[in-house]
Design a protein around this ligand. Structure first.
Ligand code: BV8
Ligand code: ZN
Length: 254
């Protein structure tokens, strides 16, 4: 991918920014082989059910085994997949800015696998299960049969992700919104920006004066709000920042 994809304005902003925030969606994991939800125009479906039906609070009430089947299938896909150059470059960015915040809608854990710390997981994580009644949680280990009963109260366990119609993890959105309002550079990477409240974060950053840059092969509902749109795959675009923009001394003193 040509370095020209990144304007001189963005290079300067990247080199001088003190607080950067990145919001990612399924697109940042596409080059790792993770299917997106709306890639190719139609939304993902599971056994004929649109994903926002099978991934809904209502479905947990109605048919928890079906919900587990859907997430077991997705974990099965993830088991052999690795972070891509976009994840790996973003994991270096805390060193580039006085303050850096990584917010993701993804439940795949690939940012953490790439070395990112303090990832704000707005929609939970597919490698965790929680009790439908008490606060008990258990890690799901690849290749190990997962628990489906709570060891505390004996109730059923469910995927520890945020389903449609459910509140985000306590404080997660508020924290992300605060950081967005304090950022002077905000990247929106690989999201169709259709799911709320996550999709409101770039607007919050923009309205607080941040330079807003979208990285996505396709235009989205956010593109017109952005100061800069780079239409290309994250795995090719994002590593360019590490290659062409030298680290300035002041930044990275986090
Ligand atoms: C809630 C976890 C409060 C589970 C997910 C306001 C307006 C309208 C509706 C609402 C609203 N507020 C709330 C709602 C309802 C709903 C919502 O937003 N509905 C939408 C569909 C309209 N929101 C909720 O229900 C939220 N909760 O509001 O609670 C509440 C609660 C109770 C009572 C009252 C209020 C909870 C939403 C979270 C749901 N869980 N995930 C799971 O994973 O199954 S959402 C899930 O879908 C993802 O996490 C993500 O957020 C979304 C998918 O979007 P993307 O990640 O962007 O993926 P997509 O495929 O769409 O796009 C990929 C993009 O990448 C594309 O643009 C493509 O071009 C690009 N791309 C492809 N390849 C690449 C690439 N980009 C870069 N490089 C590449 N190589
Ligand atoms: Zn319990």
């Amino acid at each position: 991918m040509k370095t020209a994809a990144i304007s001189s304005e963005l290079r300067a902003r990247f080199a001088q920014a003190s607080h950067a925030l990145v919001l990612t969606g399924a697109g940042v994991s596409a080059e790792s082989g993770v299917p997106t939800f709306r890639g190719g125009g139609n939304s993902a479906a599971w056994k004929g059910m649109p994903f926002d039906v099978i991934s809904s609070a209502e479905m947990v009430q109605r048919n928890l085994p079906a919900v587990w089947e859907w997430f077991d299938y997705r974990r099965g896909i993830l088991e052999s997949l690795k972070p891509n150059p976009a994840h790996l470059e973003i994991a270096q960015w805390p060193k580039r800015f006085r303050e850096f915040t990584l917010v993701t809608q993804n439940v795949d854990g690939l940012h953490q696998q790439a070395g990112s710390l303090n990832v704000v997981e707005l929609h939970g994580n597919i490698w965790s299960a929680r009790c439908v009644k008490c606060e008990f949680r258990s890690q799901i280990i690849s290749g190990v049969a997962r628990e489906d009963t709570c060891l505390e109260c004996g109730e059923r366990l469910r995927p520890d992700v945020v389903l449609f119609g459910e509140m985000l993890p306590p404080g997660a959105f508020e924290h992300a919104a605060l950081k967005a309002s304090q950022s002077d550079l905000c990247f929106v990477v690989g999201t169709s920006a259709l799911v709320y409240p996550a999709a409101s974060l770039p607007e919050i950053a923009k309205n607080s004066g941040a330079y807003l840059c979208e990285i996505n092969p396709e235009r989205t509902g956010l593109s017109s709000l952005c100061d800069e749109v780079i239409n290309g795959p994250a795995g090719e675009i994002i590593p360019l920042f590490g290659e062409i923009i030298p680290q300035t001394i002041s930044a990275g003193q986090t």
